[in-house]
Design a protein around this ligand. Structure first.
Ligand SMILES: C[S@@+](CC[C@H](N)C(=O)[O-])C[C@H]1O[C@@H](n2cnc3c(N)ncnc32)[C@H](O)[C@@H]1O
Length: 230
């Protein structure tokens, strides 16, 4: 899945350098605690596992899958166990170190959702599993546009977001680690509009109620060649 000559950077929206640097440092500080606390592990989360299992059935044997913002790698590993040809990228080098340590058979690289180089039409699937919620709102359309380009016809995007309006500023996370970040909540309807605008068709919006707030997983597909427009 190396970038070939036809590869393009998939976000057309520049991300302020400083924001990414701060976020990278924050997640580098958070990474070890994130793993130690097991906050994002899939054990005991049957509904999330069921969504990922359905995704795996849709993308398996159809090509490469990219887990964008893979963190310490457990979602990539879950999919790989189901036969998916997946690799992960994450902004935080420490998260990538953790992923490589925990799942040495899989490939993980440092990279940003705003500038991932993959050839157009090369991916069977792409994930943003609670990894895009720090992006300032104007940047999300550019990332989705890149996804739409990177997916092959019939390819599937899967993403998780915090539901709501507005932003939340945080000064500590995951057991008191100091951070300086913004969580952007999204209404699923608005996400669906953005995905539709880049040519993806929303197939599923699955809501989850968690103690820390309402969550949504959305699956959206690039239309297969020859499929009727809706
Ligand atoms: C809440 S964690 C989720 C990680 C993983 N998807 C999981 O389920 O455990 C958010 C992750 O997104 C990564 N991230 C945040 N902004 C990113 C960006 N612009 N590009 C790539 N990764 C990013 C962070 O480094 C962090 O690992």
């Amino acid at each position: 899945m190396d970038a070939g000559p036809s590869s393009r950077r998939w976000s057309s929206v520049a991300c302020p350098r400083m924001d990414l640097d701060t976020l990278r440092d924050d997640y580098d500080r958070v990474a070890d605690t994130y793993v130690a606390l097991g906050v994002a592990e899939l054990d005991g989360k049957p509904w999330l596992r069921s969504v990922l299992t359905a995704f795996a059935e849709q993308v398996r044997d159809r090509g490469d899958v990219l887990d964008v913002g893979c963190g310490p790698g457990q979602v990539s590993a879950f999919l790989a166990d189901l036969g998916v040809d997946v690799r992960g990228v994450d902004l935080s080098p420490r998260m990538v170190e953790q992923a490589r340590r925990r799942f040495p058979a899989l490939r993980f690289d440092v990279g940003s959702a705003t500038a991932v180089d993959v050839p157009d039409g090369s991916l069977a699937g792409v994930l943003g599993w609670w990894s895009l919620f720090h992006l300032p709102r104007p940047l999300l359309p550019g990332v989705f546009e890149g996804w739409a380009r990177a997916l092959r016809p019939g390819g599937l995007a899967l993403m998780g977001f915090h539901v709501g309006d507005g932003e939340q500023q945080r000064t500590e996370a995951y057991g008191g680690v100091p951070v300086s970040w913004t969580t952007y909540r999204w209404q699923p309807e608005r996400l669906a509009e953005l995905l539709t605008a880049v040519g993806l068709t929303v197939e599923v919006e699955q809501r989850f109620t968690e103690p820390w707030g309402s969550q949504v997983v959305i699956a959206a597909r690039r239309r297969a060649v020859g499929a009727a427009a809706t």
